[in-house]
Design a protein around this ligand. Structure first.
Ligand SMILES: Nc1ncnc2c1ncn2[C@@H]1O[C@H](COP(=O)(O)OP(=O)(O)OP(=O)(O)O)[C@@H](O)[C@H]1O
Ligand SMILES: [Mg+2]
Length: 422
């Protein structure tokens, strides 16, 4: 039986102890170091987990599992998670067991380590070009180089690897808490969503061209397989960690609740509104926060991203607890690749389908977060205009050119500003 205690570190400070007083029900005790460094009530770790003198427990109901919801948000889903569980020799449901294996390198500045282990620089094992090609091209089968095991974790369902780009341009495998610098996601195998990673790369470029902050990416071939190579925005060039959490974590929701349900909307109001209100209140410039969020939501609607759920938006939280919106990531015109995926992910002005959203819906949603109606409408209209122009400028990847006609036909049908025939 592995030890059921772990320590949570943030920016190299030991901020909390984790334990499991009952199977799968977790407890978090903040340390005096956390209270000294950040103060009681600080939300520097998560908007949903203020630093407190009292321990925080998972409750009896799933909805009250605040500690595990946050920690689950650090772990992958699906096949990647099964692979980690096999490597760690623990059940796939064992949050503590999985974190023990991969918690040294997660999203943001958090590190989860066993008792007696302190964060250090870790080690990077240089990989040969053949090792990297095999590793990426063979996913979902994991052909790890001899003697290596996964020691890093990110959320999400798609198979991916986390690597370190070394100064000479070769790739390294992060071990013992060494910070990874890039995420490599190969195109999914089989019939599922053709051109997904190619159009993700395109969508991130479209965003940047429209002056919406987005993760840096390039498409690279590994053997015969395309992969998107995304630069981590939560690592600085000198390898420091910047903290982030996704919208599920910020709201204390389990990753399984990543799509907002109508029942939740009716009970608590719009999820975007709840995040926007909590985050803007802790932002240096609340208006800029709301504008950035409305631009990101508009981007996802305009390009038809039918997978813009609460794990595909994140917040950056700095050392004094100031919050800003993370750059856009994991955006793709999913609805135009497969018409079944047309959900908005988050409910927008009460609507759940992208092809039912109009400018008023986006403006009303933004206004519900505390923006003036006028500012919300201008933000929506201007970002639509910039995005339409951007889609005309940034070429779609070969084989996905047909997406443009589908985008344009939806824009015309919805009478979105600056949508012109051709
Ligand atoms: N450029 C980036 N820098 C830092 N963190 C990132 C970046 N891109 C993604 N992440 C983090 O990694 C997680 C997984 O990435 P991503 O969303 O691309 O994976 P995915 O498996 O395609 O997700 P999904 O399950 O939504 O399809 C995100 O939820 C986010 O926390
Ligand atoms: Mg994702």
């Amino acid at each position: 039986m592995p030890t059921r205690r772990l320590n949570v570190w943030l920016y190299g400070i030991h901020v909390a102890r984790l334990s499991e007083p009952r199977p799968f029900r977790l407890r978090m005790d903040f340390t005096t170091d956390a209270l000294d460094a950040f103060g009681e009530g600080s939300r520097v770790l998560s908007l949903s987990l203020p630093i407190s003198r009292e321990p925080v427990f998972d409750g009896k109901r799933r909805a009250d599992n605040v500690v595990s919801a946050f920690l689950e948000g650090l772990l992958p889903e699906g096949n990647v998670r099964r692979h980690l569980a096999t490597e760690a020799n623990v059940p796939v449901t064992d949050t503590m067991g999985l974190l023990r294996k991969v918690g040294a390198e997660c999203a943001g500045a958090i590190q989860i380590l066993p008792d007696g282990v302190e964060p250090g620089d870790g080690r990077v094992r240089r990989l040969t070009a053949e090792e990297v090609t095999r590793l990426v091209a063979d996913l979902p089968t994991y052909h790890l180089p001899d003697g290596t095991t996964p020691q890093a974790s990110l959320a999400g369902i798609q198979d991916k690897v986390l690597l370190v780009l070394l100064p000479d341009g070769s790739w390294g495998w992060p071990e013992d808490g060494a910070p990874s610098t890039h995420i490599i996601k190969p195109e999914p195998l089989g019939g599922a969503l053709q051109q997904l990673v190619q159009t993700e790369d395109w969508a991130l470029r479209v965003a940047k061209h429209a002056r919406i902050a987005a993760a840096e990416s390039v498409l690279t071939r590994f053997d015969e397989r395309d992969a998107i190579v995304v630069t981590r925005y939560d690592r600085t060039k000198s390898g420091l960690r910047l903290h982030q959490e996704d919208f599920c974590q910020a709201l204390g929701l389990d990753p399984q609740a990543k799509y907002e349900s109508t029942a939740e909307f009716q009970r608590y109001g719009s999820r975007l509104r709840r995040v926007a209100r909590a985050a803007a209140a802790r932002s240096r410039d609340p208006d800029a926060f709301r504008t950035a969020l409305l631009e990101a939501v508009t981007l996802n609607v305009v390009i038809g991203n039918g997978d813009a759920h609460s794990k595909n938006y994140s917040l950056l939280i700095d050392r004094v607890g100031s919050v800003s919106l993370a750059p856009v990531y994991d955006a793709a015109p999913v609805m135009h690749l497969d018409a079944r995926y047309k959900g908005t992910g988050h409910i927008i002005n009460g609507k759940t389908n992208i092809d039912g959203i109009d400018v008023e819906d986006l403006a009303n949603e933004g206004a519900s977060w505390g923006m003036s109606m006028r500012r919300a409408r201008t933000t929506t209209e201007e970002s639509m205009e910039r995005l339409h122009e951007s889609v005309d400028r940034v070429p779609l990847p070969p084989g996905a050119e047909y997406v443009k006609a589908r985008l344009k036909s939806l824009w015309l049908r919805r009478s979105w500003p600056a949508a012109t025939p051709n």
